[in-house]
Design a binder for this molecule. Structure first.
Ligand code: ADP
Ligand code: MG
Length: 257
């Protein structure tokens, strides 16, 4: 079963505890949204799941396909079928988007079969063209250096293109909506919706409800101060939009009292 099970996850950076016991399970085919004010640990969760070396896990475990992935290197997690679309994608001058994608696809194939000779170029070109069309990206994009001088919207499209090409089983999208105008948001969301299916689980991390009008989640979780303090259906995001985060903060404080 390709479910992702986050169990009582605690993580620190520079000795400061950021994640304070996160529990979350994402099954294939499910779309979850993780919302919360800035600085509550949403990106930290994404980084920890992908294996960023700056974070120290102090408690808990993360199982994916029954394996505790906290023991794995980032590339091993990726080959297992985990994907992260970054909030702030990095530029790699000198490496074209096409080359980057081909390298990533071939590494994935080699991880599955050490004798794999790599994806034949014509097949790769076809795949790239197909996925770029899906995201309404100009084909000339593939020849540009990865994220080098890309606009905010172009960077996010490039992230979703990687996701489309790598075909993950669990995709974590960290603020993919930030920096997108409404047209780009619609195109990127449509791209994600086309990738949706029984074999893909998605965690959409967002500050705003807006993207959830396009990528409709089945589950919504609210994170505050390193913990998920409330979970519900899609209507929770709407309630939040209406009442603001203070509504939940008050609710959480009342619960503690
Ligand atoms: P979110 O994505 O929800 O906005 P982040 O996960 O980016 O939040 O950040 C969570 C907290 O971690 C913030 O309070 C931030 O200041 C803190 N933080 C991030 N990086 C470091 C660091 N290198 N050292 C200390 N604290 C950090
Ligand atoms: Mg963030």
């Amino acid at each position: 079963m390709s479910e992702l099970v986050i169990d009582n996850l605690h993580a620190s950076i520079n000795g400061k505890e950021i994640l304070k016991g996160v529990d979350l399970t994402i099954k294939p085919g499910e779309v979850h949204a993780l919302m919360g004010p800035n600085g509550t640990g949403k990106s930290t969760l994404a980084y920890v799941l992908m294996g960023h070396p700056a974070y120290e896990i102090t408690e808990g475990q993360v199982l994916f396909k029954g394996i505790n992935i906290l023991d794995l290197e980032p590339d091993q997690r990726s080959h297992l079928g985990l994907f992260l679309a970054f909030q702030y994608p990095v530029a790699i001058p000198g490496v074209s988007l096409a080359n980057f994608l081909r390298t990533a696809i071939n590494a994935q194939r080699r991880a599955a079969d050490p004798n794999d000779k790599g994806m034949p170029i014509p097949e790769f070109r076809k795949l790239l063209k197909e996925k770029m069309d899906l995201l309404q990206m100009d084909h000339s994009f593939a020849g540009r250096y990865l994220n080098d001088g890309f606009s905010g919207g172009e960077k996010k499209r490039a992230e979703v293109l990687q996701m489309a090409a790598l075909n993950p089983e669990i995709a974590i999208m960290d603020e993919t909506d930030s920096g997108l105008d409404i047209d780009a948001l619609r195109i990127v969301s449509e791209g994600v919706n086309t990738l949706r299916g029984p074999h893909l689980g998605v965690l959409v991390i967002t500050h705003y409800q807006r993207i959830l009008n396009y990528i409709k989640p089945e589950f919504v979780h609210i994170m505050m101060d390193g913990r998920i303090i409330e979970s519900g259906g899609a209507d929770l995001a709407l309630q939040l939009e209406e009442h603001g985060y203070n509504w939940l903060r008050d609710k959480a404080e009342t619960a503690i009292i």
